[in-house]
Design a protein around this ligand. Structure first.
Ligand code: 3HC
Ligand code: NAI
Length: 648
C-alpha cells in the first residue's frame, strides 16, 4: 500500500504521508520515506522537498504498537539522518501535532513550518522511553540546552508560537499550509542554507546545572525512570560528538523500550484511547448537549459546573435557598479565581466562565436543559425529592444524572417518569480537575443515554469508565478494600507511618492514612454509621475509634497523625498509639516493598471480584479508575496490570 506520494510544483517536490489515523511511523512508512529520499535525490529537476501529511495530524510519532516487537530496518534514526543528508533541503509542513518520532523527522528536515494551531513535542517519557531518533541530540542544538531539558524530560508539547520563539520552528503560518510551504521552499533555495541540526554546535553546561536538574526531576518523577534517562541523554549530547551521543540515545531507547515501566505506560496509553469508544455502545447515538444544569453548589456541584463551563456549555445552577445559592456561586468563583491565580485563565476568561452560569433557586429554570446533574446531599430521600421537582419541569427527553458516591442510582430514579434517560455520572473531587468519570447505567438506562455519558466525558476531556451498580461502584469499592487492608496491617503491628511511606515509595503521592487525614475521616465514618443504623453488620474500624475520639483529620488538628497548628506535616501521634493500643498485636514487621505489594494485591483481588460480578467490563477499566481517580502511579500500569505482571 502506498503511504507516501510525491507530487511536483515546479522545482519543488511535495511528499505527502497518508497513514491514518495519525501517520505513525511504522516499518512500511519508514521504508517508503527512505525510498522517497533516494528517488528525489536522484531527480535533477527537484530543488527542494516539502514534507506534509494528510489527515488530522502531522506524524504523531513512532508506531507504539511495534514497541513489543524487535525493531526492523530501516530504523528511524537512519531515516532521519537520510532526510537530513539529502541532496535537496526538506521542509517539514506541520499541522496537528508533530510528536516524538514525528518531530524527530521534522528536526531532520532543514526547515520547519507550522500552522498556528499546530503543536510539537517529544512526549516519549510519557511512554517510559526516551526519544530514539535524535530528539535528545538535535533539540539542544536547535533550541539550546535549557529548552531541550524542558521539552524532553517534561514531555509536554508546545504550541507553534512558543516553539517558534525557541527556534524549533522557522515560520508559523495560517491558512493553506501546502501553498505556504511551497512558497517557503521556493524562497529558501534562493539563499544560503542553514546548517543541518546535527552540524550545529551545542553549548556545554556546568556540572552544577545537571545536578540541579537531576534533583528536581528525581523529586517530580517519584520512581518513574524515563525522565532521568532522558536527562542523561541530553547531558551526553552536550559532552560528546554527535554520533556518539546518537549511539548513547539509541541504546537507552532500546533498553527502556523493553522495560516494565514502558510496558505499563503503553498499556495505559492504549487503554485511555480505547476508553471513550467501547465496542458495546455499538450504533447508539449520543443526544445533543447544548445546555446543562447542576443541582447543588457544594464541593462537587461547583466543581462539575466549572468543568461544564470550561467545556463551553452554558450552566444553570440550582440550590435549595438563596443563602446556599450564594455559597454555591462563591464556590464557583473561587474555582475560577484559583485558575487565574495559577495562570490557567485570564481575568476576562474567568469572568466569561462565571457569566455563563445562571444561578437560581427556581427549578423552572431547568426547562431548557439537555442534561441535569444532581450533586446534593448523599441521602436518598433528598435526592428523590430533587428528581421529582426536576422531572416536573424538564423536557421528557432531558438526560437526568446523579453524582451519588454510594447510593443505588436505580433506587434514586424510582418514580422518575421515563427512567430510560436516567444515569449515574460519578465525578471525582475536584471535579473540574480529576480526569475520571465513572458512568453508571441503571437497568433502565437507554443505550443512547449511556452513549451520551461517554460523549459528555469527551466534551469535558475526561476518561470515561463504565461501572455496574454496587456499593462504591469500581473506585470507592476498591478504596474501601485498600483501607481495610491498611488497617489490618496496623492491627498486625505495622506502624501507620510505615504503611504511608511504603505507598509513597510505590509511587502514590500519599499513603492511605495521610490521604484520610487530608480528606477527613468522618465521611466514611458517617457512611458506616448510616449502614449500621439500617441494621447492617459493619465491623468497627480503627478509623471509627479515632472519629469517636474527635480525630477527624487535619481539619480537627489530628486524625491518624498529629498536626502542628497551621501545618500539614503529619507527626506520629502518641494519642493515636494510646487509642489503638489494645487493637494492635505487636508482632508484625514488614519492609516497604512488601507492604506495598500486599496492599496492591488487595486492590487487585477486589478488582477481580468486581470483574467476576460484571461491575467492571475489563481489567484495563479498573486500572484507568485507579490511575485517574485515586493516584495510582501511572507507570505501574494500575493494580490489575501490576498484579498480572507479577503473576506472569
Ligand atoms: N502509535 C500507534 N498508534 C497511535 C499512535 C502512535 N504513536 N498515536 C495514536 N495512535 C492511535 C490511537 O491508539 C488511536 O487508535 P484507535 O483509533 O484504534 O483507538 C488513534 O491513533 C487515534 O489516537 P487518538 O484517539 O489519541 O487521536 P487524537 O486525535 O485525540 O490525538 C494525537 C492525536 C495528539 C496525535 C494523539 O494520538 C497522541 O498524542 N499520540 C501519541 C503521540 C506519542 O506519544 N508519540 C510518541 C511515540 S514514541 C516515539 O515516537 C519514539 C521515537 O522517539 C522513536
Ligand atoms: P456538599 O455538602 O458540599 O454539597 C451539597 C450541596 O447540595 C449543598 O450546597 C446543599 O445546599 C445542596 N443541596 C442540598 N439539598 C438540596 C436541594 N434539595 N436542592 C438543591 N440543592 C440542595 O456535598 P458534596 O461533597 O458536593 O457531595 C454531593 C454529592 O456528590 C453527594 O451525593 C456525594 O456523595 C457525591 N460525591 C462527593 C464527592 C466528594 O469528594 N465530596 C465525590 C464524588 C461524589
Amino acid at each position: 500500500m502506498s503511504l507516501v506520494s510525491i507530487a511536483r510544483e515546479g522545482s519543488i517536490a511535495v511528499v505527502t504521508i497518508d497513514n491514518p489515523p495519525v501517520n505513525a511511523l511504522g516499518q512500511a512508512l519508514r521504508q517508503q520515506l527512505w525510498d522517497a529520499v533516494a528517488a528525489l535525490d536522484a531527480d535533477a529537476a527537484v530543488q527542494a522537498v516539502v514534507l506534509i501529511c494528510a489527515g488530522r495530524t502531522f506524524i504523531a510519532g513512532a508506531d507504539v504498537s511495534e514497541f513489543c516487537k524487535p525493531p526492523v530496518a530501516p530504523h528511524l534514526p537512519d531515516v532521519v539522518a537520510r532526510i537530513e543528508a539529502a541532496a535537496k533541503p526538506w521542509v517539514a509542513a506541520i499541522h496537528g501535532a508533530a510528536l516524538g518520532g514525528g518531530f524527530e523527522v521534522a528536526l531532520g528536515c532543514r526547515f520547519r513550518l507550522a500552522l498556528d494551531s499546530a503543536s510539537v513535542g517529544l512526549p516519549e517519557v510519557g511512554l517510559g522511553i526516551v526519544p530514539g531518533a535524535g530528539g535528545t541530540v538535535r533539540t539542544p542544538r536547535v533550541a539550546g540546552v535549557v529548552a531541550a531539558v524542558d521539552l524532553v524530560t517534561g514531555g509536554k508539547p508546545l504550541r507553534a508560537a512558543k516553539a517558534q520563539a525557541l527556534g524549533l520552528i522557522d515560520a508559523v503560518v495560517s491558512g493553506d499550509l501546502r501553498a505556504a510551504a511551497i512558497a517557503f521552499a521556493q524562497e529558501a533555495i534562493t539563499k544560503p542554507l542553514p546548517l543541518p541540526a546535527s552540524a550545529r554546535p551545542v553549548v556545554a553546561q556546568e556540572a552544577g546545572f545537571w545536578d540541579e536538574q537531576q534533583a528536581a526531576i528525581t523529586k517530580l518523577a517519584k520512581g518513574e525512570v524515563a525522565p532521568l534517562h532522558a536527562l542523561a541523554c541530553l547531558r551526553k549530547a552536550t559532552e560528546v560528538p554527535f554520533a556518539e551521543a546518537m549511539a548513547f540515545e539509541r541504546e537507552t531507547f532500546l533498553a527502556l523500550r523493553g522495560s516494565d515501566q514502558a510496558a505499563a505506560l503503553r498499556h495505559v496509553f492504549f487503554a485511555e484511547r480505547a476508553a471513550p469508544r467501547p465496542a458495546h455502545l455499538g450504533a447508539a447515538q449520543p443526544l445533543p448537549l447544548r445546555a446543562a444544569a447542576v443541582i447543588g453548589g457544594g464541593t462537587m456541584g461547583a466543581g462539575i459546573a466549572a468543568a461544564l463551563r470550561d467545556a463551553g456549555l452554558p450552566v444553570t445552577l440550582i440550590e435549595r435557598d438563596a443563602a446556599a445559592l450564594e455559597r454555591g456561586v462563591t464556590n464557583l468563583r473561587a474555582i475560577f479565581d484559583g485558575a487565574v491565580a495559577r495562570g490557567r485563565l485570564t481575568e476576562a476568561q474567568a469572568a466569561e466562565r462565571l457569566a455563563g452560569v445562571t444561578a437560581s433557586t427556581d427549578y423552572a429554570s431547568l426547562a431548557g436543559a439537555d442534561l441535569v446533574i444532581e450533586a446534593v446531599f448523599e441521602e436518598i430521600g433528598v435526592k428523590r425529592a430533587v428528581f421529582a421537582q426536576v422531572a416536573a419541569v424538564c423536557r421528557p427527553d432531558a438526560v437526568l444524572a446523579t453524582n451519588t458516591s454510594y447510593l443505588d442510582p436505580a433506587a434514586i430514579a424510582q418514580g422518575v417518569p421515563n427512567p430510560a434517560r436516567f444515569i449515574g455520572l460519578h465525578f471525582f473531587s475536584p471535579a473540574n480537575v480529576m480526569k475520571l468519570l465513572e458512568i453508571v447505567p441503571t437497568p433502565d438506562t437507554s443505550p443512547d443515554v449511556l452513549a451520551t455519558g461517554f460523549a459528555l466525558a469527551k466534551t469535558l476531556g475526561k476518561i470515561p469508565v463504565q461501572a455496574g451498580i454496587c456499593e462504591g461502584f469500581i473506585g470507592n469499592r476498591i478504596l474501601k478494600r485498600y483501607r481495610v487492608g491498611a488497617e489490618a496491617l496496623v492491627r498486625r503491628g505495622v506502624a501507620i507511618a510505615a504503611v504511608d511511606a511504603a505507598m509513597r515509595g510505590f509511587g502514590f503521592a500519599m499513603g492511605p492514612f495521610e490521604a484520610q487525614d487530608l480528606g477527613g475521616l468522618d465521611i466514611a465514618f458517617l457512611q458506616r454509621e448510616a449502614a449500621r443504623a439500617t441494621g447492617q453488620d459493619v465491623p468497627e474500624t480503627l478509623g471509627d475509634l479515632l472519629v469517636r475520639a474527635g480525630r477527624k483529620g487535619q481539619k480537627t488538628g489530628g486524625g491518624w497523625y498529629d498536626y502542628a497548628p497551621g501545618q500539614r506535616k503529619p507527626q506520629p501521634s502518641a494519642t493515636v498509639a494510646d487509642l489503638l493500643a489494645d487493637q494492635i498485636r505487636a508482632e508484625g514487621q514488614m519492609d516497604g516493598p512488601a507492604i506495598a505489594e500486599h496492599l496492591v494485591a488487595e486492590m487487585a483481588a477486589e478488582g477481580q471480584a468486581i470483574l467476576a460480578e460484571g461491575i467492571a467490563r475489563q481489567p484495563a477499566d479498573i486500572d484507568l479508575v485507579e490511575i485517574h481517580g485515586y493516584g495510582f502511579p501511572r507507570w505501574r500500569g494500575g493494580p490489575m496490570f501490576h498484579a498480572q505482571n507479577r503473576a506472569g
